[in-house]
Structure formats: C-alpha cells, structure tokens
Design a protein around this ligand. Structure first.
Ligand code: NDP
Length: 454
C-alpha cells in the first residue's frame, strides 16, 4: 500500500485523487473511502486496459444522482422543526439501488457518499442483484419522544416515497434507524402508495420482515471472522474479543462470538466503554439490549449494576484481546488505537461498522499482516439478508430461521473465498482489503462496460 513517489501506480492514484478532491471539495469521508479503494484497484485497472478505456474509475466515483430535501415536522411542544435529508443513489448497474438510512446529527452529504460508494462493492460481493445507495438525515433521535420520531419518519417518507420502489431503490436501517423507524416509514409508504410491496427491508416479522435480518450484520461479521481464522487453521473458540458499540451490529456480534465459544469483554457507546474481565453472559447481554434498545440508556449503567470497569469517554481499544470487532461508527479506531491493539497482541480485526478504521490504522493492520477484514466484506451479512427479505417478499413466502441463517453463512463464506482469490493465494497471507475491493469492483465494472456509455 505504501509505495514510493516514483511508483507509477502511486502516481496514478495521486493524480486520480487530486481530481476527485477538486470535484468534491470538503468531503473528507468520501475522499477517504475512495482513496482506500483506488489504492488497491488502480493496479488491477492498469493491468486490464478495458477498464481504463471505459473510464470506469472516474464514472464509478460519481453517483448516479443525489436527492436532497427538507423534512418539516412538529415537536411535542408544537414547535415547527426542519431537518435536511438525502438519498444518494450511487450505482444501479447490477440491481436496484439498495442501502440503509441513517439518522444522526453527524450525517452530511460526504458521509452518505462514502457509505453509498462502499455499498456498491459490498452488495456486489454478496452475489445478489443489488446496486448501491445510502440515505438519511441530520435528525437526532436521541431525547425525542416516540411520537416525535414517528412524525419525523412520516414526513421523511412523504418526499422519499417518490424516489424509491421495490424495483428502483430499497432502503433499510442503519445508525438511528431500527425496527421502530422502519415500521413508521413502511406504514407511511404503504399509505401513500396503496400497495403492499417490499420497498423497505428490516421490516417487522408480522409485515414482511425476514427472520435473522435483525441479527444478520453482527452474526455475519463473526462468521467472516471465523472464516478468516479457519483459513489459517484456527478458530474463534477460546479467543478474547473486544467489541465497540452497543447497537444492532455490536450486540449481535457479541452474541454470536459468545455462542461460538469466545469470551467477549467489552461493549461501548458514544460516552464510554465497559470492560467486563469475566466476559458477558447471555443474561448480561440481554440487560444491555434492553438498556440500549428499549430504555435508550448509557452503557455506564451496566458498569454500575455489575461493578465492572468503565472507561469514561474512551473507546475499548486499550483492552488486551485476540480479536477486535469495531461495530460503532466510522473512524472510531485511529493509528494510535491500532498501535495499541497490535502491541497488546491483537491478531484479528473484523469491521462490523462501516469504515471504522482510519487510513493510518488500516495501513498498520496491513503492514503487520494480521487477519484484517474490511467492512465491505465483513459486514455484508446485513445487506445480504435484506436481499433475501426482498426475495421472500417478491415470492410472498417466508423462509425458516435455519434456512436464512444457512444462506447467510454460505454468502459470508463465498465473500471470504472471493477475497482469498483476489487478495492472495491459497498458502499466502491474504490482503482482504485488496481482495474485497477487486472482487467487488469486477462485477460492477463489467456490467457498466456491457451497457456501453450511459
Ligand atoms: P445503532 O444505531 O444500532 O448503534 C450504533 C452504536 O454506535 C451505538 O452504540 C452508538 O452509541 C455508537 N456510536 C454512534 N456514534 C458513535 C460515535 N461517534 N462514537 C462512539 N460510538 C458511537 O447502529 P448499527 O449498529 O445499526 O450500526 C453501527 C455501524 O454498523 C454503522 O457504521 C453502520 O453503518 C454499520 N452497519 C450497520 C448495518 C445494519 O444492518 N444495521 C449493516 C452494515 C453496516 P450511542 O448509543 O451513544 O449513540
């Protein structure tokens, strides 16, 4: 990844990034996601002239369209409030647009462009017919009453419904958008369209949702971790695991790691981290889920209740572990954190969150040749089961829990194997970043070439 100035690949990457930054000023998260991608894909395009002739990288880094709109709503005191919302429809070459909606005060166009860009290649890796998109709003659900959240979701859908559809664009959840918000949005969509179709995924089980969708991203991340370990003749059983976050992805990653015999010692939120040296139990995890999902409290309450250590205002990366699963948010793990993890003997990092490692952190993991599963590959289980939810909706059937879980496992294994093919040989160290980027790229790029210049 770190090449000298005179390296022709590095020269191409730098000149490409210069143009991209000029065209998209101040979009730091988007720059970061593209930089990580082109560093590994540029050498492949230099070896395959057809991609250069078709100007694929330039076209792929330009979204098909971005819809930006106002969401007006009324709070419980009767005050009128206005938020900004977006849908970034990035690329639908291999299927209808698909990607989550995020409600968080830090949401900007740059954040949604980075997420939409990565979504294209993640969806491609699943092998399912799904293009890439992402959307959301700078609305902060924290401290809002359920009635306020409902009014916001309904107002959001009044505009969004014009741009989505079961064959056009299928949104799902992400940070701040869980089963409750999907329910409110799907209810309004159904009312406006007068049609019951699977235009949103992550729906409740009584109205078209799929079994295992709630668990899929976290479970999938751990299946991917197990695949990486199995590839080097090891397994997650008996390993000490540190997880960040305490939302949907984090809690189900912790649950699956525990089911497979690992000892999970931390979870966190935006206020701090808990360190339970004895490891979580199913009862303790149930307490966390209720605390975060129902009472919407802070993880510090867990530390008070169970008398364990609390790292106030800090992420959990100083805790000694074999496996780290960052499952909270982008750039939550920087170069200093990566150095500490490596110094403490961590040998596996699998990203449940999207782009949780900074470029510096990612470089250190690659240079140390640990098992490093980037988000595009490691957290693709969520969108994969969303794709399975779409199939069940279209066929008007429901698969059993075992059937969906088996399909999830086999999709994660197939993603792993694609990474091995493109990122290393059978007996070599696997660069999973290169493997995921190149394998994800090929499917999208070949479809774009087949369409000609459109
Ligand atoms: P949730 O809203 O359920 O949980 C988010 C968690 O991350 C919370 O514990 C939250 O803490 C914490 N968090 C948010 N922002 C920060 C921050 N700035 N610093 C530290 N902690 C923070 O979201 P999800 O679990 O759904 O999503 C987590 C990550 O996984 C995101 O990167 C998302 O894009 C990615 N992802 C999610 C998928 C899904 O299916 N849900 C699919 C693929 C990827 P607090 O309670 O304090 O806000």
């Amino acid at each position: 990844m770190n090449r000298g100035k005179s390296d022709p690949v590095q020269h191409e990457v730098e000149s490409f990034m210069q143009g991209l930054k000029k065209r998209n000023p101040h979009e730091n998260e988007f720059h970061q996601a593209v930089q990580e991608f082109v560093e590994t894909v540029m050498p492949y395009t230099l070896d395959h002239q057809k991609y250069r002739d078709a100007c694929i990288l330039e076209r792929m880094t330009e979204p098909d369209r971005i819809i930006i709109f106002r969401v007006s709503w009324q709070d419980d005191e009767g005050n009128i409030r206005a938020n900004r919302a977006w849908r970034v429809q990035f690329n639908n070459s291999i299927g209808p647009y698909k990607g989550g909606l995020r409600f968080h005060p830090t949401v900007t166009q740059s954040v949604l462009k980075f997420l939409g860009f990565e979504q294209c290649f993640k969806n491609s890796l699943t092998g399912l017919p799904m293009g890439g998109a992402k959307g959301g709003s700078n609305f902060n659900p924290k401290g809002k009453s359920p009635a306020e959240v409902m009014r916001f979701c309904q107002s959001m859908m009044v505009e969004l419904h014009r741009h989505i559809g079961e064959d056009t664009d299928i949104p799902a959840g992400d940070i701040g958008v869980g089963a409750r918000e999907i329910g409110y949005m799907f209810g309004m969509y159904k009312r406006l369209e007068n049609r019951f179709v699977g235009t949103l995924t992550g729906k409740g089980l009584t109205f078209g949702g799929s079994l295992v969708r709630t668990e899929a991203t976290g479970y999938g991340t751990v299946y991917f971790t197990e695949n990486m370990l199995n590839h080097v003749g090891d397994g997650i059983e008996g390993k000490t695991v540190v997880v960040s976050g305490s939302g949907n992805v984090a809690t189900y990653a912790a649950e699956k790691a525990m089911q497979l015999g690992a000892k999970v010692v931390s979870l966190s939120d935006s206020s701090g981290s808990i360190y339970d040296a004895d490891g979580f139990t199913p009862d303790k995890l149930a307490y966390i889920k209720e605390l975060k999902e129902v009472r919407r409290g802070r993880v510090s309450e867990y530390a008070d209740k169970y008398g364990c250590e609390y790292l106030d205002g800090k992420p959990p990366w100083s805790i000694k572990c074999d496996v780290a699963l960052p499952c909270a948010t982008q750039n939550e793990l920087d170069g200093e954190h990566a150095a500490t993890l490596l110094k403490n003997g961590c040998r596996v990092v699998a990203e449940g969150a999207n782009m949780p490692s900074t470029l510096d952190a990612a470089r250190q993991f690659l240079d140390a040749k640990i098992l490093y599963g980037p988000s595009k590959a490691a957290n693709a289980g969520g969108v994969a089961v969303s794709g399975l939810e779409q199939s069940q909706n279209a066929l008007r059937i429901s698969w059993s829990k075992e059937e969906v879980d088996d399909r999830l496992k086999s999709i994660m294994k197939s993603i792993h194997d694609q990474c091995v093919r493109q990122g290393g040989g059978e007996n070599e160290h696997v660069n999973y970043v290169k493997g995921a980027n190149v394998a994800g790229f090929i499917r999208v790029a070949d479809a774009m070439i087949a369409y000609g210049v459109v």
